[in-house]
Design a protein around this ligand. Structure first.
Ligand SMILES: Cc1cc2nc3c(=O)[nH]c(=O)nc-3n(C[C@H](O)[C@H](O)[C@H](O)COP(=O)(O)O)c2cc1C
Length: 206
């Protein structure tokens, strides 16, 4: 399968039939270009009352089962996702003139998968997961640092397990859109939508 050139634009026949593979290729292109944190993506969630919010998270795995990121299950985003498990993801790599939009539904990763990933995190990041009550008000910076030191002592010489309130979400995409910036604002937009067990690709007007 061909890869669209960075200047030549996107044609349907350039694209991989499987959008996960297409995203993998674009992530590799971004990495090869030296883009910092190419796997940083904006995650948009929506409360059941219809209040949207967005923030950056890191993609930690990508395969046919979906796109995984890790977070605190008591954070604002998690509260949204637990009650309204639909979400959108967005990558933007400016120097490549590329954007990828993804929509789908999320489920929690299972505890074994979470623990396996947690073990790969640097020790101090493991400890900070125990300290952060993500999205809650904290009285001051010193309180956080004090709690971090306390947690460091508590886990000294021990393996740090993931806290029960920490883990992953897997977004199962129902839509991908690959956007390539072109001259005269005649940008290329190619959208995949799931139909049964395969994907239909449509070109969208810029
Ligand atoms: C580059 C970058 C990467 C980030 N990665 C994560 C991540 O993987 N997981 C996470 O929970 N927060 C991550 N954050 C912090 C989130 O953007 C956000 O501040 C935090 O998750 C709280 O969001 P919430 O209050 O909407 O739940 C990252 C922020 C940046 C700028």
């Amino acid at each position: 399968m061909n890869q669209a050139t960075e200047t030549g634009g996107l044609r349907k026949h350039h694209l991989h039939a499987d959008p996960t593979e297409q995203l993998r290729q674009w992530l590799e292109n971004a990495r090869a270009r030296g883009i910092t944190d190419p796997s940083a993506m904006v995650l948009a969630t929506c409360s059941p009352e219809g209040r949207p919010s967005a923030r950056v998270v890191l993609l930690k795995s990508l395969d046919e089962s979906g796109i995984v990121f890790y977070t605190n299950y008591e954070s604002r985003k998690a509260k949204d996702l637990e009650r309204n498990p639909t979400a959108a993801l967005l990558f933007f790599w400016q120097s490549l003139g590329r954007q990828v939009r993804i929509e789908g539904t999320v489920t929690r990763t299972n505890p074994e998968e979470t623990a396996e990933y947690f073990r790969t995190r640097p020790l101090l990041s493991q400890i900070s997961a125990w300290v952060s009550r993500q999205s809650e008000v904290v009285s001051d910076r010193e309180t956080l640092e004090r709690e971090f030191e306390r947690a460091q002592k508590r886990f000294e010489g021990k393996e740090v397990p993931p806290p029960a309130y920490w883990g992953g979400y897997r977004l199962r995409p129902s839509m991908f859109e690959f956007w390539q910036g072109r001259e005269n604002r005649l940008h290329d937009r190619l959208r995949y939508r799931r139909e049964g067990d395969h994907w239909i690709i449509d070109r969208l007007s810029p």
